[in-house]
Design a protein around this ligand. Structure first.
Ligand code: F6P
Length: 741
């Protein structure tokens, strides 16, 4: 209705304006038409009176002339009559003859347009006609007609026009409203049924106007597109960001302490010849947890591994971070070289890491390593208890370095809410069972309130392992494990990155990033680039992706010298033989592939075997054409998500291993089997020749997912689940009190 009014009111105003103009035109025309009539009439009168009047004039009797004129006035239209002998004479005229008409000014009334005189007596029509008497000059007869009848008729016409336009306006408005209402309903219904799919899928029943169908189809596609991009995919309707996470903590967990525990610290202080420098480690765990801690505040306990870490803490071994804008504390724990070698290098990275990854590297278990692992876990448990301000803190235990820690915390802080997240895959029960301390590890992990994995597959593996290896009650409906009187909820929480990434605020534009990288590497501006960014870990499939680049050069030689693959390989775990071997093999394969093309202007592989700070990493992600993540086995792989987040230009292609958890969330990437060099080479070829609009479509989908499933959601979902568990605990405590009373 409001829509119709919006149309009808301007319509009525237009009609009123049109009516006003019509009246003006009608007035002018009537005056002209009746003026012409009176001219003709005056001619007729002049011709009729010519003879008698000329005789009377010749006799020269003014009273006779006046008498004759008065007789002429019997004609009801004739208002006055006069006669001018010459220009200087006074008119001989009837009583009403207008005094404005002088004999000297008669000339202007002989002009066609000047026949009308607007006098105080009304509108008069003046006609001047010569009367032939033989005198020189001929006297002139002045016939004055009353035009007030024209005024009256104009008035009447105006009234009729006014009624006519009112009626016209009302009818048009009414018809418009009715048609608008009917057709709007019809359109809306038509569109609705089309959007429901009825018009398209069941055209026989469709009542929609055929001309609307293409519009509706486009509209439907657009809506589905937007829905897909913006719908919170788990149906929670909640948009997660830093503030939402903070609010969740406040409202659901009453602002409780958050204590995070990980081996790797978020900020490392290192001694350099130029003084103490800050380093951001290459670690998916840190990438994910750091923005969460910025939102939650609290304290993060981690191993102080930097050469200048001791120089930068306070007397409680704490340092406020981020530097310059502190939002939370890092509590550094010091490990001896022996502890680091056995707990981190030994049990965690030579034992558990290969145990959990299918990368064909055999795990090595040593009891001395396990003992140290247990001792270091206990050390971290002490730190958690020291840092807890309440008896029921929320503790976020991170990763495979701390499988025993949840139980240790539970023993000392029974009311704590312990959320453990396992950042790497969990193997099947047979694979896990080779670990000599399998039951201890499971027992330790089941001290958690919540145990999170990236994928449902890993949750299933864990629950199967528990079922197979220890005496626990496993509820496969709720995925709860009840063990030693406590319950652990085993859930899938796919990890992610912050959205938008903090680096984007200061990042170069994509064209500038492209230029900067090519200048740094001495490459021409149009040189095509692939990028891989990894710790130099045997699980990352770095050898496999280099072989794929070599295969691409064989299959598509046109890329020789025109495409290079930049591998940023951050040194990692270099005290471990397997890692040192792997780094050596990567270096020699890169050199060997480049040697195959001695004539190429630019080498196929550019290996940058050093740590790169996040700003530079983002520059590569923004400036490359293709990003390759070819992990042989990976819990999630956040580089894939960082690449997607970095590309706000919606360009660039992601080649992603089917064995990385990220491939479940980003199927719009070119998903490959990294062991299949031919398939990976084909994917590189597709990526390098992919039209821009296809790149945009794929990138847009992936960005929608990463934006939606950001790291605040990851943490927020765990905290919400923790809040529910705490509430249930409280109910249970009240119930048991009631039964004892
Ligand atoms: O998930 C990311 C991850 O692989 C963790 O499992 C691991 O702790 C980290 O990155 C990096 O490893 P490190 O701490 O040994 O450098």
């Amino acid at each position: 209705m409001r829509l119709s009014l919006r149309f009808v009111i301007p319509l009525l105003l237009a009609i009123a304006a049109f009516a006003y103009i019509a009246v003006l035109v009608a007035d002018t025309l009537m005056l002209r038409w009746f003026g012409r009539d009176l001219d003709i009439r005056s001619n007729l009168i002049a011709t009729t009176v010519q003879e008698p009047l000329s005789n009377i004039i010749v006799t020269g009797s003014i009273p006779r002339i006046t008498l004759y004129f008065n007789r002429m006035l019997l004609d009801e239209r004739l208002y006055a009559v006069g006669l001018c002998a010459d220009d200087n004479a006074t008119p001989v005229a009837t009583a009403q003859f207008p005094p404005e008409i002088k004999c000297s000014s008669l000339g202007k009334f002989s002009d066609d347009d000047e026949h009308v005189l607007r006098s105080p007596r009304g509108v008069l029509h003046i006609s001047v006609r010569p009367i032939e008497t033989g005198a020189t000059p001929d006297p002139r007869l002045v016939l004055v007609h009353d035009m007030s009848f024209v005024e009256r008729r104009s008035e009447e016409t105006r009234r009729y026009l006014f009624y006519f336009f009112i009626a016209l306006g009302a009818s048009i408005a009414l018809i418009t409203v009715v048609i608008a209402q009917l057709s709007w309903r019809g359109w809306v219904q038509g569109l609705r049924s089309l959007l429901r799919g009825e018009g398209i899928l069941r055209p026989a029943r469709s009542t929609t106007a055929p001309e609307l169908q293409p519009i509706a189809r486009d509209l439907k596609d657009l809506i589905l597109d937007l829905e897909r991009q913006y719908r919170p995919l788990d149906g929670s309707q909640r948009i997660w960001d830093q503030e939402a996470l903070r609010a969740t903590l406040r409202s659901e967990l009453h602002g409780n302490d958050v204590i995070a525990v990980s081996n790797r610290e978020p900020y490392i202080h290192v001694q350099t010849p130029e003084g103490i420098k800050l380093q951001h480690p290459a670690s998916g765990l840190v990438t994910a947890l750091e923005p969460v801690m910025r939102a939650c505040s609290g304290i993060w306990i981690a191993h102080g591994s930097g050469s200048a870490d001791r120089d930068t803490v306070d007397r409680h071994d704490r340092v406020a971070v981020p530097p310059g804008h502190p939002l939370y504390q890092v509590r550094r724990l010091w490990l001896t070289a022996e502890e680091e070698r056995r707990y981190y290098g030994g049990f965690a990275n030579e034992g558990l890491w290969p145990l959990c990854h299918n990368a064909h590297v055999r795990p090595t278990f040593r009891s001395a390593d396990y003992e140290t692992y247990r001792a270091v876990n206990a050390k971290f448990a002490d730190a958690v208890v020291e840092e807890a301000n309440t008896k029921d803190p929320v503790v976020l235990v991170q990763d495979y370095h701390f499988a025993l820690l949840p139980r240790m915390i539970r023993d000392r802080l029974p009311d704590a809410t312990i959320i453990t997240f396992w950042h790497i895959p969990w193997p099947n029960p047979e694979a896990f069972a080779i670990c000599p301390w399998r039951t201890e590890l499971l027992d330790g992990m089941l001290g958690s309130s919540i145990l999170g994995f990236h994928t449902q597959f890993h949750c299933n593996n864990f629950v199967d392992t528990v079922d197979r290896l220890i005496e626990a009650r496993v509820d496969r409906e709720s995925f709860n494990v009840t063990y030693r009187g406590g319950t652990t909820a085993v859930h899938r929480y796919p990890i992610s990155i912050e959205w938008p990434p903090v680096q984007l605020a200061t990042a170069k534009s994509v064209p500038d990033a492209k230029r900067a990288i090519r200048e740094r590497l001495d490459l021409p501006l149009d040189h095509r680039l692939g990028v891989g960014i990894d710790r130099l870990d045997y699980t990352k499939g770095v050898l496999e992706r280099m072989n794929a680049v070599a295969r691409l050069m064989e299959l598509e030689p046109r890329w020789i010298g025109r495409f290079s693959f930049v591998q940023i390989a951050a040194p990692t775990r270099s005290t471990i033989d397997d890692y040192r071997d792997y780094a050596g093999r990567v270096r020699s394969l890169a050199a060997e592939i480049n040697e195959r093309y001695p004539d190429a202007k630019f080498p196929p592989i550019i290996l940058l075997n050093e740590h790169h700070e996040p700003d530079l990493v983002y520059e590569y992600l923004r400036g490359c054409d293709v990003c390759v993540v070819s992990s042989l086995h990976d819990g999630m792989n956040l580089v894939a998500k960082e690449f997607v987040a970095a590309r706000d230009d919606e360009q660039g292609v992601l080649i992603l291993s089917q064995f990385a958890g990220a491939s479940r969330e980003l199927p719009e990437a070119l998903v490959v089997n990294p062991y299949d060099a031919d398939q990976c080479a084909a994917a590189l070829q597709i990526a390098l020749t992919m039209p821009e609009n296809e790149q945009r479509d794929r990138m847009r989908f992936m960005r929608g997912v990463v934006r939606e499933f950001n790291v605040y959601r990851w943490a927020g979902r765990m905290l919400l689940d923790a809040a529910v568990l705490r509430q249930r605990e409280r109910f249970r405590a009240t119930e048991s009190l009631a039964t004892h009373v």
